[in-house]
Design a protein around this ligand. Structure first.
Ligand code: PMV
Length: 340
């Protein structure tokens, strides 16, 4: 007589092996090539991953009793550690994110985790730092508890944190901080644009901290006061992005560059630039960039400059640093995606 095979008892992902594990997660920075702000209203925008700037997260089940985030350590881009390791001093958005993920994935369990973030992405520079921290955290908890979250689950959780950090957000940061390829977002949906020829983007930090939440609110108030400006801005931004996509597809980098510079002027007209950003744009255009613009929320943060060769990108980065940029990074536009 042979024994019937037994179905294995259902396993609780939150019990057992996780006790001895460290979960690791990672996400990277992004810049917006075209279409910021317009994308909040459903118009298209194009983002580029910056894999050289990243945030890593480590999560363990806490030895202390509690629920949600118990201990939290944060090290920033300058290598400075936050003074406190008490979980209650973590950003509200991260605490909410951890609690929500644990409640959803391990219903009925009272679980506490300790989280350490090593964030090399400067905050408040339009580089997607908050989204990358949230994404690295979700990935670390997914790894710790072996949840097998799908891309949409991860996106939804990152968006939950982004909603608390920035208020209304399009979701482009939440996708682009986890993508190795350029990301096109239109009407809330994402796809990968085709790239006809490689190009390089130099990112230059003005050193000024901008608040995406305030910038988005400023645009919303302007549109509320002057509805005609909303229609005009959205239609111009959409046209620039559409032309840029054609230029990217056919490898016409000069045409692409012109769309970037025109997009800078459009964002300037809404009061989103600063003298420091304008100056970095001028320096870029005067030293071989095919186009340049502020990137992200604006009112501070970074400028991006398009270069047709890696040599031009290197020269641009050197000149931008000489002319006051606090940091520069280079990312390539390449359909195959960057190594991450
Ligand atoms: O996080 P930032 O500064 O890159 O801003 C994101 C771009 C915005 O269009 C201004 C906001 C959004 O949610 O898309």
């Amino acid at each position: 007589m042979t024994a019937e095979p037994h179905a294995p008892p259902p396993t609780n992902p939150c019990a057992g092996p996780a006790a001895a594990r460290t979960g690791s997660g990672r996400a990277h920075a992004k810049v917006i090539l075209l279409g910021e702000h317009a994308v909040v209203y459903g118009a298209p925008a194009l983002a580029l991953p910056v894999p050289g700037l990243s945030c890593t997260a480590s999560a363990v089940l806490s030895a202390q009793p509690g629920h949600g985030l118990t201990a939290y350590r944060y090290r920033d881009a300058a290598g400075d550690a936050a003074a406190s390791d008490v979980g209650s001093q973590a950003p509200k958005a991260l605490r909410h994110l951890v609690k929500t993920l644990l409640n959803r994935s391990c219903p009925g369990e009272v679980l506490a985790v300790d989280l350490a973030l090593d964030n090399g992405i400067p905050m408040g520079r339009g580089l997607g730092s908050s989204a990358a921290c949230a994404r690295a955290t979700v990935n670390a908890l997914d790894d710790l508890l072996q949840l097998g979250l799908c891309a949409t689950d991860v996106f939804d959780l990152v968006q939950l944190a982004e909603g608390q950090t920035h208020g209304r957000s399009s979701g482009i940061d939440a996708w682009a901080t986890g993508s190795t390829r350029p990301v096109l977002m239109t009407g809330g949906r994402v796809s990968a644009p085709t790239v006809g020829a490689p190009a390089w983007v130099v990112v230059a930090d003005s050193g000024e901290i901008g608040s995406t939440k305030e910038a988005v609110a400023l645009v919303r108030e302007t549109f509320h006061r002057e509805p005609a400006r909303r229609a005009d801005f959205l239609s111009r931004s959409a046209t620039l992005t559409a032309t840029a996509l054609e230029a990217l597809d056919s490898g016409r980098l000069e045409l692409l560059g012109r769309q970037l510079t025109a997009n800078h002027r459009l964002l300037f007209s809404l009061g989103l630039s600063t003298p420091a950003l304008d100056r970095l744009v001028e320096v870029s255009l005067g030293h071989g960039a095919l186009g340049a613009k502020l990137s992200g929320g604006g009112m501070g943060g970074c400028v991006i400059a398009l270069a047709g060769t890696s040599q031009t990108a290197f020269r641009l980065a050197t000149e931008l640093t000489r002319q006051g940029a606090r940091g520069t990074w280079t990312a390539s536009i390449d359909e195959r995606g960057a190594d991450d």
